[in-house]
Design a protein around this ligand. Structure first.
Ligand code: PLP
Length: 348
């Protein structure tokens, strides 16, 4: 038997994979500047981080068009998602979102007593904002949108999203999970911070896990109204959960625009290669704006997963409306060649 086949917990096998394409990580690692900052931070390990919080917020705030008090740091964006889930679910009610999307916040909210109403996506796997708007009822406590969305990789047109927030946020808070926002070309990136600056009840969640490669280091932040951040903070372990090492590395990486541009360009190249190779084999890939792609497969998810893991290729699968899909993270060009090779062996 093959040790990868039908792994109960595929994450246990990750270190041994030839191509680790299941967690939307940055395959290029962290920047040299971040590594150097980590070495420097060793000297400060005995000190509580203090000014590093103001330093990183002072860097982020002007880029987003907000004030430092509109920003709260966290160990990855998951903490922000979990805090929001608990806070908005605690008195019952409904969280409104779309299917299929990232469900960490939704599952947690359900645990704390909320119902989830997931509106079907459009035919091209995008959030259907008019349908979401039409589904708002008095029991809706939060609207949760992931843009770019995981696992579809699709984006909502910026003007549409902005108009939606302006109309809805005065009635119901809108939470936009922007974990993959850095994969937009900088000029095209939505700038929803300006809605927060205008006083709108919009919460943006960001992470360093993706373009900065900090999935293991853990750094994220929320952008929202100061009172909302204060409320959410009460459902977290507080900003001090972020280490001085991570903060110093984050400051260095944030300033290292050349590294971010490099990661974005390499991602786009490997994503285009994979999309074309699959299209050439007759597979219809959902156009992705992120560091993963989703496409329908023609075999059962478990069988497919087992055969890919059997070759040391880690991917994820989804089943949606009875249709099985493969979600593959964008790795290096070498990893994507391994993926395509392995995929050809599986599908014959
Ligand atoms: N939001 C989305 C849409 C994600 O895909 C992920 C992780 O993959 C996260 C949030 C959480 O990431 P992290 O806690 O590493 O910031």
């Amino acid at each position: 038997t093959n040790e990868f086949a039908f792994a109960d917990d595929p994450f246990d096998k990750m270190p041994k994979l030839k191509a680790r394409l299941l967690a939307n990580e940055n395959p290029l690692g962290i920047s040299q500047s971040a590594k150097e900052a980590i070495m420097k931070s060793a000297e400060l390990g005995n000190r509580y981080a203090w000014m590093e919080f103001s330093q990183i917020k002072a860097l982020i705030a002007p880029d987003e068009g907000v004030k430092p008090e509109n920003i709260m740091m966290s160990p990855g964006s998951s903490d922000i998602l979990m805090a929001a889930a608990e806070y908005f679910a605690k008195d019952g009610g409904t969280i409104l979102t779309s299917a299929i999307t990232y469900d960490d916040l939704l599952q947690r909210a359900q645990k704390f007593g909320a119902k989830i109403k997931a509106i079907p996506m459009t035919k091209d796997y995008k959030y259907d904002l008019p349908a979401i708007k039409a589904a708002i009822t008095p029991d809706v406590k939060l609207v949760y949108i992931v843009n770019p969305n995981n696992p579809t990789g699709t984006i909502v047109p910026t003007a549409e999203l902005e108009a939606f927030c302006k109309e809805i946020a005065p009635k119901v808070p809108v939470f936009i999970d922007e974990a993959y926002i850095d994969f937009y070309e900088p000029a095209e990136r939505p700038k929803l911070g300006k809605l927060v600056a205008d006083g709108q009840n919009v919460i943006l969640a960001r992470t360093f896990s993706k373009i900065h490669g900090f999935a293991g280091l853990r750094l994220g932040y929320a952008i929202a109204q100061p009172e909302m951040l204060k409320t959410l903070r009460g459902y977290t372990n507080g900003e001090f959960a972020v280490s001085i090492t991570t903060l110093m590395a984050g400051i260095a990486s944030y300033k290292d625009v050349a590294w971010q541009n490099h990661c974005r360009a390499e991602n786009a190249k490997a994503r285009a290669y994979t999309t074309k190779a699959l299209a050439d084999m007759g597979y219809e890939v959902i156009p992705s704006a992120a560091n993963f792609i989703l496409f329908p497969i023609r075999m059962k998810t478990k069988t497919f997963e087992g055969q890919m893991f059997g070759q040391g290729i880690g991917i994820q699968t989804r089943e949606f409306n009875g249709q099985p899909f493969c979600r593959v993270s964008v790795g290096t060009m070498d990893e994507m060649a391994i993926f395509i090779d392995g995929f050809k062996k599986v599908v014959g």
